[in-house]
Design a protein around this ligand. Structure first.
Ligand SMILES: [Mg+2]
Length: 382
């Protein structure tokens, strides 16, 4: 079997693009992947343009060998643009491989170790009574783990101290309302400094939160080493990691208690399984980042099915954010929750079909994450 075509499809869904990638072969089999570098899709498409030259005519059954070549063959190894492209290619190659062998991808990864994949529910209501009400509805639906909402989520200008002041008291109230058996966390979307994060943590009564997701950016593990001395709350980190080497210091120095790897950014199944194994050796469970579309969700479910050290898969919908109709039309067999779990299916490959007639309707639509500023006019992270 030989690769005959690699096509990128940026599709506007909801409020931004999903970058789908299709690999076709001379035997009629094809595979789908998705890239997670949202907002820089044209850079990833450019990387795929380079990789296409290397991959046409190659055997799609060898994703491990292809991964090495794509990561290393430009002399300048890796980088998040390239690994976002490699991720989509690697997922599509596994999809083809599963279809060729007549097995689901989780079987290629060692076989299932669980029958269903628990999901993490996220509330998008601002800190307040409605946030707690929605969290209670998640608990009633059977969710074990809930991600609460930070203050100032869409605020622009964005002031970190106001966000902390708005968030901290409602974390404590949520714990009181939801009781001791529910897992509670909050994602600060890397908007805080070291001092701001430390103050936020110290305003919470002990035992309020079970995880704090990405309070600061992750370029510097030393910052998290310092933060580790200032709070006992476990950290959930890693959604921006673009290789095992980026994950390395966080795993080995005890800085990530939950690994938030993103299969569409870290380098596909090939790289995700290596990071997962490394985490297993350190008793760190995966809590994968899953903010994209059904291809990412399906790929993450296969990963979760095969990895023993797994906590919850992010589920990015709430009653405030139902799937847009275009997504339902485009992916007729999207993974759907049954209660608080995703079923593990045995459809060959990743099990996703794409209604390709809907793909080429629109020109590429530019999207950039919101540019947030503080009141003094300076830039701050979204
Ligand atoms: Mg996050």
């Amino acid at each position: 079997m030989r690769i005959t075509a690699i096509d990128c499809h940026p599709v506007w869904i909801g409020h931004r693009n999903q970058l789908l990638l299709k690999i076709s072969t001379d035997q009629g089999l094809y595979g789908w992947g998705e890239s997670g570098f949202s907002g820089r899709e044209r850079a990833v498409i450019g990387a795929v343009d380079h990789y296409r030259e290397l991959l046409i005519g190659r055997d799609p059954m060898l994703p491990g060998a292809i991964w090495q070549e794509l990561y290393r063959s430009q002399y300048f190894e890796g980088g998040r643009v390239l690994t976002a492209a490699i991720s989509a290619i690697d997922i599509a190659l596994h999809d083809i491989r599963g279809k060729a062998l007549g097995v689901p991808v989780h079987q290629l990864l060692g076989g299932r170790v669980r029958d269903r994949v628990p999901a993490l529910a996220s509330t998008f209501a601002a800190p307040g009574p409605e946030m707690i009400e929605e969290a209670q509805s998640f608990v009633a639906d059977g969710f074990q783990a809930i991600r609460l909402q930070r203050g100032g989520r869409d605020a622009n200008p964005h002031e970190p101290w106001e966000a902390i002041g708005e968030t901290a008291p409602w974390m404590a109230r949520a714990r009181e309302a939801l009781g001791p058996s529910v897992v509670l966390g909050v994602d600060f979307h890397h908007r805080l400094s070291l001092a701001e994060t430390a103050s936020f943590c110290q305003r919470l009564p002990r035992g309020t939160l079970d995880f704090l997701e990405e309070p600061m950016r992750d370029e510097t593990p030393e910052a998290y080493t310092a933060l580790r001395t200032m709070t006992e709350i476990p950290f959930a980190l890693g959604e921006e990691f673009a290789s095992k080497w980026q994950a390395l210091p966080y795993i080995e120095r005890g800085l990530a208690q939950y690994m938030r790897l993103d299969v569409c950014n870290i380098g596909g199944f090939t790289e995700a399984m290596k990071v997962a194994g490394w985490c297993e050796a350190h008793y760190v469970d995966l809590m994968p980042h899953n903010p994209l579309g059904p291809v990412c969700t399906a790929a993450s479910i296969h990963l979760a099915a095969a990895v023993p050290n797994f906590a919850w898969l992010e589920y990015n919908r709430s009653r405030f954010r139902p799937p847009p109709q275009i997504e339902l039309d485009l992916f007729p067999n999207s993974p759907t929750l049954q209660g608080a779990y995703f079923p593990v299916t045995d459809t060959p490959g990743i099990g996703i079909e794409v209604n390709e007639a809907l793909l080429s309707r629109d020109e590429f639509r530019y999207w950039n994450p919101p540019i947030l500023r503080r009141r003094d006019g300076s830039f701050t992270n979204w």
